[in-house]
Design a protein around this ligand. Structure first.
Ligand SMILES: *Cc1c(COP(=O)(O)O)cnc(C)c1O
Length: 368
């Protein structure tokens, strides 16, 4: 074994959670009614996970408590300086009733990278995965079983210290909440219309673009409103060299006529786990994959010449969304649509829901 193979969590014993069941847990029939039509991010399960970190004590006080408000001192640093990171990952119910999640080690590692950039403490990946298990242990009944339904898990971490001085907080909370999610698309996957944000950027060189942090989303809200005003569903951002970055919360992928698949890569793009998985599945099918800069000119001229044959966006929530139109201040480019995006989406969701073999060992069982 080389040093690089050493598991940094080796020797770490599992946390001992204190579990307080929710005395006001929703009755079965109320929960079933919610699960019949869950929407997205509207309803929450009966419990949540909480861990505290302090400079003195490290990670401690792991609890599962009734879902409810978090008491914060008005001087809590997150409310003033935005020191916060989060993750998004789903739990899937298989036909045999078992509950699985997808590549949690990747989300755990990304949470560590995000935390590092935001000067927050790094949660060991083993604790991250355990925190998902602990929540499922009490809220398993909230994992829906309908087609394309899942339980969306939202781990997050923020600065809780009551202190208005500007420096990394000495007290931090880590939480996991969960929200049942319905099929993202009803009646088939519809291509989206994308607004090209030319005035606003979401991230800058050396900034926090690669971290999953609330501030990036805050920066995307005004351009997102501009998209709505222009009758578009989503925004795509460029960097200062007019290279394509990503949407507000999804990565972008281009499919070329010769089968090559290209995705923008830069230090200010968030590295999606959905994208990585779809590209792995495409590579398995023999596609050549490239991560590199893609200029707006390459995109527009590639579509015009027929060199680019499909463009899609991807992320955990919607999985894959074909891009049907790119709209800018002075142009509307219809995008070509093909079969690959939806075929990769099908293969990925078939793995996630246990309908086909998980040949990359991406699934991790959360119950039992
Ligand atoms: C979460 C996120 C994505 C998608 O990442 P997945 O791991 O695929 O869900 C893409 N871009 C941004 C900005 C994100 O926050």
């Amino acid at each position: 074994m080389t040093l690089l193979d050493t598991d940094p969590d080796a020797g770490l014993s599992p946390l001992e959670f204190t579990v307080t069941p929710n005395p006001a847990a929703k009755p079965d029939e109320v929960r079933e009614e919610i699960l019949a039509n869950p929407g997205f991010g509207i309803n929450f399960t009966d419990h949540m996970v909480e861990l505290t970190w302090t400079v003195q004590g490290g990670w401690h006080s792991p609890t599962v408590t009734p879902y409810g408000p978090i008491a914060l001192d008005p001087a809590a640093a997150v409310l003033h300086y935005g020191q916060e990171v989060f993750e998004g990952i789903k739990a899937y119910r298989h036909a045999d009733g078992s509950i699985h999640t997808f590549r949690p080690d990747q989300n755990g590692r990304r949470l560590q990278r995000s935390a590092r950039r935001l000067a927050l403490p790094e949660l060991p990946v083993a604790y991250f995965t355990q925190s998902l298990r602990e929540l499922i242990a009490v809220d398993a009944a909230w994992v829906p079983s309908g087609e394309d339904q899942s339980l969306y898990l939202r781990p997050f971490m923020f600065a809780k210290e009551a202190f208005l001085g500007v420096r990394p907080a000495h007290k931090v909370g880590y939480y996991v909440i969960a929200s049942p999610a319905g099929a993202y698309f009803h009646g088939g996957v519809n291509p989206v219309t994308i607004w090209l944000s030319e005035h606003y950027a979401r991230a800058g060189e050396g900034g926090t673009g690669a971290a999953k942090t609330g501030g990036n989303y805050a920066a995307s809200l005004l351009p997102q409103s501009e998209a709505y005003e222009n009758e578009c569903d989503q925004v795509v951002f460029l960097d200062k060299n007019r290279n394509v970055e990503e949407l507000g919360g999804m990565n972008v992928v281009f499919v070329y006529k010769d089968g090559t698949i290209v995705t923008p890569q830069s230090e200010s793009i968030l590295e999606g786990i959905t994208r990585d998985s779809l590209l792995q599945l495409a590579a398995d099918r023999g596609h050549h994959i490239e991560g590199r800069s893609v200029s707006l000119d390459e995109w527009r001229s590639g579509v015009a010449s027929g060199d680019i044959v499909e463009v899609f966006a991807c992320g955990t929530a919607a999985v894959v969304t074909p891009i049907g139109v790119l709209k800018g201040r002075d142009f509307i480019d219809e995008q070509p649509t093909g079969e690959l995006a939806l075929s990769l989406r099908q293969e990925l969701t078939d793995i996630q829901y246990g309908r086909i073999e998980d040949r990359h060992n991406w699934l991790v069982r959360l119950d039992g």
